[in-house]
Design a protein around this ligand. Structure first.
Ligand code: CTP
Length: 217
C-alpha cells in the first residue's frame, strides 16, 4: 500500500531570524513511517524541521512552513492509498514576514498580527478518486488535546471529514511531545472507539499501521 505521511512541526517566519513553531519532535510520524516500511509499504514522508534521520527507504519531502506542507500534500495525495496527517501544523502565521530583523528599540510591548494557516486535513474532505484510481485516498488525522479529549476529537472527526482521528493527551508530562512513549485513543467515522495503552511510539506505530491498512482496504 502507498502511505503519505506528515510529521513534525511547521515554522512560520516572523522576520529573517525568528519564527513561530511548537514542541512537536516528529517522533510519532517517523515511527509510523518506519513501521509502514517494515510492513512492506511505500512511504512518502512530508516532514517539518526535526532532528531525526529519514527512515531508509522512505521518500522524504522536507518542508518548513504550513503552506509548503499543504502544497506537498496536494502534490502527492492522488498517489496515496492512505494519508496520515501526524504533523503539528501551526494554526496561525504572521500576516507579513518582515524583510529585516525587528529591532527591540525602546518598545515595552510588541504585538504580532496573525492569520489562520490553511487547514490541510480539512482541505482533503470529500476527496474524489485520483484519475485512473478506483478509490479515494483514505485520510487519517491526529488530535493533540490538553482537555476534553473525546469531545474535541469527535468534533475534529466530523468537521474535518476524515475516516479516523488518532487522539493524544498532550497535557501528560510522561507521554506525547518529545517523549519516547505515547498513549492513544482512536475515534472512527463509524462511531467506534479504541484505546491503545501507553507504549513506545514504535510499538504503537506498528499497531496503527495495521489499523490504517484495514481502513484503506
Ligand atoms: N491540521 C492541519 N492543518 C492545520 C492544522 C491542523 O492539517 N492548519 C491537522 C493536524 O495535522 C492534525 C489535525 O489537523 O491531523 C488536528 O490538529 P490539532 O492541532 O489537534 O487541531 P486544530 O485543528 O489545530 O484545532 P484546535 O486548535 O482547536 O485544537
Amino acid at each position: 500500500m502507498r502511505f503519505l505521511l506528515t510529521a513534525g512541526p511547521t515554522r512560520e517566519p516572523i522576520d529573517p531570524v525568528r519564527y513561530l513553531s511548537n514542541r512537536s519532535s516528529g517522533k510519532m510520524g517517523y515511527a509510523i513511517a518506519q513501521a509502514a516500511l517494515d510492513a512492506g509499504h511505500e512511504v512518502v514522508l512530508v516532514s517539518g524541521p526535526v532532528a531525526l534521520a529519514a527512515p531508509e527507504g522512505a521518500r522524504l519531502e522536507p518542508v518548513t512552513t504550513s503552506d509548503e506542507m499543504y502544497d506537498a500534500i496536494h502534490r502527492w495525495v492522488g498517489w496515496a492509498d492512505v494519508c496520515v496527517l501526524c504533523a503539528a501544523v501551526a494554526d496561525f502565521r504572521p500576516v507579513r514576514i518582515e524583510a529585516q530583523k525587528i529591532k527591540k528599540g525602546a518598545r515595552e510591548t510588541l504585538t504580532l498580527e496573525l492569520v489562520p494557516t490553511r487547514d490541510i486535513l480539512r482541505s482533503l474532505r470529500d476527496l474524489a478518486p485520483a484519475p485512473g484510481r478506483k478509490r479515494a485516498t483514505r485520510v487519517v488525522g491526529f488530535a493533540a488535546e490538553t482537555h476534553d479529549l473525546e469531545a474535541h476529537a469527535r468534533r475534529k472527526l466530523t468537521e474535518k471529514g476524515c475516516a479516523l482521528i488518532v487522539a493524544n493527551d498532550v497535557s501528560r508530562p510522561d507521554i506525547g511531545f518529545e517523549s519516547e512513549d505515547n498513549a492513544l485513543t482512536l475515534f472512527f467515522a463509524s462511531g467506534e472507539r479504541c484505546e491503545l495503552a501507553r507504549a513506545k511510539k514504535s510499538v504503537l506505530a506498528t499497531e496503527l499501521v495495521k489499523i490504517f491498512v484495514e481502513i484503506a482496504k
